[in-house]
Structure formats: C-alpha cells, structure tokens
Design a protein. Structure first.
Lengths: 218, 426
C-alpha cells in the first residue's frame, strides 16, 4: 500500500471501523447500566427532580456550586482546560477528514492552542499522580497509561493541526483509531457513566429539596 | 464446607444482589481517581491518612465489583487493580465501611462525576451483614426495636409510668395541670414518634400542649438501626410497626423526633421499601416547629436565649433530607444571637459519629478524631449553644465539646424552643 493510500485508509476507513466498534461497545455499556435494577425515589417530593438534574449537570461546569472547586479553583481551571482541549481534539478527528473546509489556518491554530494547553495540564496531572501520596495510593496502571495515552493523542493533535504534514496526519489518525479501540475498556470511558451518575444524584437531591435548595415547608 | 467459605459464599451472593444502578454506576469506570473528594472528607481532613479518603475507601469495594463487571478487569485484573473477594478482604472491609465512613454524602456532593461513594460502602455493609461480619452492637440495636414490638405488653406498663412522670414535668413547665402526654388516642391528628430519651419526649410534649395540638405519642421509638447495616427487610419491619400504629389510630401524619436517620429512613427510604408513597404524611418535628413559628402559633421570647447559638446540619436531615431553612427559621425565632457555621447546609461537615458509629465504643478514638473538623467549625462561631437535631450528632457534639474544650452546651431544637416559650403559653 502506498503512503497516500495508507493515509487515506487511516483517515477514513480505519476511523469508521474504529468509531463503529467504539459506538457498539458504548451502546452495550449504556444498555448494561440501564437494565440494572433501581428503586427510584418515590416519596412525596419536596423539591423538583427535574430541577435537581439540571442543577446536577450545571454543577460540573459552575465552580461555585461545589466546594471542591471553590477551594481549589486552579484545579477546576485545569479540569476545564483539559476537557476543552479533549473536546477540540476529538472534534478534530472528525473535522480534519470530513470537513476540511472548516479547518482554515485560524481555526486550526486556535484548536492547537487549546489542545496544547490541555497537553500541559495532562503533564501536570501525570506528575501529580506520580508524586501525590493521596493519588498514588489509588492509582492503577490504567490511570497512568490512560493519562499518557491522552498525552500522546494531544501531542499528535497539536502537531497535525499546526504542521499538517502527511507524516503527522498518519501518526495522528493511527493513534486516534488505537485510542478509540482502547477507550471503552479504560477509565477514559468515565463520561458515559457521568450522564447516568448526574441523573441519579440530581433526581435524589432535587426531589428531596437539597439542590436546588427548597427552603419552605412542603 | 467450612464455616469460612459459607460466609464468603453468602458475601458473594449479597455482592451480586447489591449491584443495582446506583452501585453499578459508582463501581464502574465513572471514578477517574482525580482526588477531588479527598479533602472534602472529614476523616481525611482529621487524619491526613490517604488510605481513608473517600476514593480510597470506595476503591477497595469497587475493585471487587470490577473483577466481575468491568471488561478490562475481567481479562487483566492487575491493570485496574481488580480483586477477588476473600475472607481477608471482608475482614478489612469492616473498618473501611463501618469505622472509616459515616455515609455522609459530602464526597458525592463535591465530586465532578457524582460518584456515590456512600452507596458503594452501604453495599459493602450489606455484604458484611450477609457474611456475619456486621458489628454486633448495631445488629442488636436493630433486633431490640423488633423485640419491643413482639413484647409490647411487657414494655407498656413501664413506658406509661415513665410518660406519667414526664407529663408532670410538662405541666410544671407550662403551669397547667391540663397538659397531657396522650397515648393511644384514636383520631388524633398527629402521631409523634420519639426516641428512648426523655429529651425527645418532654420538650416536644411541652410545645404540642402549648399550641393545643391534636396528637398522640407512639409506643415505639423512631430509631431504625437496621438502615445502618443495610438490612432492608429488617428496616422495613421496624418502620412497619409505626405505620401499623398510625393506621390503627387513624392519624393524618407521622411526626418524627429530632433524629437524623429515623427521618431519612421513614421520609425518604421507606416509600422505596414499600413500593410507593406511605398512606400518611411523614414529617420531622423540625418542620412542625417551623410551621408553628410561621403560623404564629408559638409565642417565643428570644431574650430567654441570649447566648450565641449555632446550628449543626445533620447529614441525614440536611444533605440527605433537604431540611435546611426550617430549623434556621425556628432558631432565629427562639434565640437572639444565631451564628452560622462555615460551611453549612448541604456543604456542612459530618459530626463524625453518623451512620451508627456513635453506638460502637471500640471505635471511639477514631470517632472523636473524625469529629475534629466539626469541632473547629463550632469553635470558630464562638457559640455557647449548639443545636443538634439528631440524637447521634447530639451525643457526638457533647463529647467533642469535652474532648476539644469547646465549652458548649448541646441541645435539640425543641429544647431551645421550650426555653423561649412565654409564660402562660398553654
């Protein structure tokens, strides 16, 4: 296979295969979770479960809603930058091959800056995990590997966005495909469960009038 | 088959039985081990021991669940730290689930992913119960509640005698010999369910007489220790005693004493156990006192409580129950100088004795250590009176005051109200 054909395969066919496997595995995960038994809250409500769910999701992006974020605002900033970078890196895997017209130099450079910042945050996170006793005691090989794998993905994203040479593109799409195969098996898949967890917490706290707080009598 | 393997077998079965949506999600790859929960936990703050941070505690149980439910952990357990359940692991879980966590929910409320650590550790408590490793004291306390129902006639005479004595105290306080602690009144509006101490009977009885409430007192206690050990069938039976009594007396509502777990169990959990809303309204006495204050039915003199007063948000009443403003309105109406602790309401710290820990003397050292953040919160307010509307918190805060030299008096909300009752209120 020629270099050009290999790049085309990596950008299109391989991505579609990897995405399909990824999608099927995620669907199985979601289905497995959805069919687990559950005793939903059924006492007369003091507050609103729907408002609780909205509040619950909002708390992730609003640092003033959680004391773990207000007490450590730099950590929240790292969290925000890391996830913005991750979002743009993932978006690039679609836009670079499927919507190249959108990826004009200005857009590419803006994306690259954010992903580079996420890369820096990732490096801080890796260093912290290796040195902070409270993190080391709970860390597994998957924790280190996942962080390192995301770092490689971020690095290749930045290089592809900035340099955009066939070599970087090939490395980027091969790693992306490998990444898609690995993610459902690793802790990187946390965001699938996040949707469930936020609903479970939101329904409970909302119905009970905990968050958002319901001050009056029922 | 040996006794040991029998208990392990029972534990494995229970482990599977407990794998519901909440535990399943919290035991999945949801937790990224980010560590945000670490310094949100009163245990970690007090001890700085990384092995008892919320994530570290939950992880011990989660890794066993992962061994059976997570794809990677099934194939390469070393990669995720997954483990099989062993007798040794179970023995270690006893301290993790019972001594080192009060199921206060503060970690979940501050987790960016909403990992429900308390539910994972409650599942572990259920597994330990099935394996015969739950703390004997908690099991006995739960059994005692059922024994009271089974031997009600034996307890009845003694209980009625005690109530008569307490009734005299109520009459003295109100200056009225018409004040009563009514028992078995069919058609009363409210069934009040106290705890075993007089402090949960006399002050509320004084208030009910002062406002002319239509009420009757329960023959049972509100406490439901089975919830602490995750024994739902037993917890259901304990709740059922009160429901049957309420049904027999044809009351409109059940009002629970100042008790965190009793409120949490009857108000929020019992409808799940019984498969639907209960046939009675269930309220805490905090809500009733608040209603009296807002309706102008209680005539209170705030100058009777001139001391600085602070309020402890019990986890079961607050973060797990949604009662934040109700007690505050009552304190403001009954005391001159109310001072908030920081943080408070849904961000409040556990007192360190929740979830049955207060009943286990063998873990007193850890309980007092874990209460240190709360003690410092109290100290910072400069309050002389701490209101604790949960009996376990009340006990702990009294001990914390002694242990950390806080010089505070700890009392229930209804006691504060009774101190402020104007003469001739009845």
């Amino acid at each position: 296979m020629g270099a050009e054909k290999l790049l085309h395969f990596a950008e299109f066919d391989l991505q579609i295969i990897a995405l399909s496997v990824f999608g099927i595995l995620y669907a199985i995960k979601a289905w497995t979770m959805a069919r687990l038994p559950m005793r939903w809250e059924n006492a007369p409500a003091k507050g609103s479960p729907a408002a609780g769910v909205i509040y619950s999701y909002a708390a992730t992006v609003a640092p003033w809603m959680m004391s773990s974020a207000t007490q450590h605002w730099t950590r929240w900033l790292e969290f925000a930058l890391y996830h913005i970078g991750a979002g743009l890196a993932i978006l690039s895997t679609f836009t670079l091959p499927f919507a190249p017209g959108m990826m004009v130099p200005a857009v590419r450079y803006v994306f690259a800056v954010f992903v580079a910042l996420a890369f820096l945050v990732g490096a801080i996170r890796l260093w912290r995990r290796a040195t902070d006793p409270t993190l080391r005691v709970i860390s597994t090989p998957d924790d280190y590997f996942s962080l390192a794998a995301v770092e490689i993905f971020f690095f290749l994203t930045v290089m592809t966005l900035a340099a955009n040479t066939p070599g970087w593109r090939l490395a980027y799409f091969l790693v992306t495909a490998a990444f898609l195969f690995y993610v459902p098996f690793s802790k990187i898949s946390h965001y699938v469960y996040w949707f469930f967890a936020r609903v479970l917490m939101g329904v409970r706290y909302g119905r009970r009038g905990v968050t958002p707080r319901t001050g009056g009598a029922r | 088959m040996s006794q040991e393997s029998e208990s392990l077998k029972a534990a494995r079965l229970e482990l599977d039985r407990r794998f519901n949506k909440t535990v399943g999600v919290a035991s999945s790859n949801l937790c990224t081990h980010c560590g945000w929960c670490v310094d949100q936990c009163h245990y970690y703050l007090a001890t700085k021991d990384p092995t008892i941070s919320p994530v570290a505690k939950a992880e011990r149980v989660r890794r066993v669940y992962k061994r059976h439910h997570d794809w990677m952990s099934q194939i390469f357990p070393f990669w995720t730290g997954a483990k099989e359940l062993t007798e040794q692991e179970l023995d270690e879980w006893v301290e993790i689930a019972y001594r080192n966590c009060t199921l206060c929910d503060r970690c979940m409320a501050n987790c960016p992913l909403a990992v429900d650590t308390a539910q994972v550790l409650l599942a572990a408590r259920g597994v330990l119960l099935a394996a015969g490793k739950a703390p004997e004291m908690l099991v006995q306390l739960a059994d005692a509640a059922l024994a009271r129902e089974e031997n009600l006639e034996f307890f009845r005479g003694f209980y009625l005698e005690q109530l008569k004595e307490l009734e005299t105290e109520v009459q003295d306080r109100l200056g009225s010999d018409k004040a009563r602690i009514p028992v078995d009144v069919v058609g009363a509006r409210m069934l009040y369910v106290p705890l075993s101490g007089a402090h949960t009977i006399t002050p509320p009885s004084t208030v009910f007489n002062a406002v002319g409430e239509s009420w009757t007192i329960s023959m049972f206690e509100a406490a439901n220790y089975a919830t602490y050990i995750g024994d739902i069938p037993k917890a259901k039976r304990i709740a059922e005693r009160i429901l049957k009594e309420a049904e027999r007396l044809k009351v409109q509502e059940i009002v629970l004493a100042e008790c965190g777990h009793a409120y949490h169990a009857m108000r929020w959990e019992a409808p799940k156990w019984f498969g639907g809303p209960l046939p009675f309204r269930v309220r805490s006495i905090l809500e009733v006192l608040d209603e009296y204050v807002r309706a102008g039915r209680l005539h209170l003199d705030r100058t009777s409580n001139p001391e600085a007063v602070t309020l402890h948000d019990s986890c079961n009443l607050g973060r797990k129950g949604g009662l934040f403003e109700e007690p505050r309105r009552v304190v403001r109406a009954a005391a001159e100088d109310f001072r908030e602790m920081t943080p408070n309401r849904e961000r409040a710290f556990c007192c360190g004795a929740g979830s049955g820990l207060v009943a286990m003397p063998e873990w007193e050292d850890m309980r007092l250590k874990a209460g240190e953040p709360k003690a410092e919160q109290v100290r910072a307010t400069g309050a002389q009176i701490v209101i604790a509307s949960c009996d376990n918190c009340r006990h702990q805060l009294t001990e914390l005051s002694e242990h950390y030299g806080l010089n505070t008096q700890v009392m229930g909300l209804s006691e504060l109200v009774v101190r402020a009752l104007m003469p001739g209120a009845a």
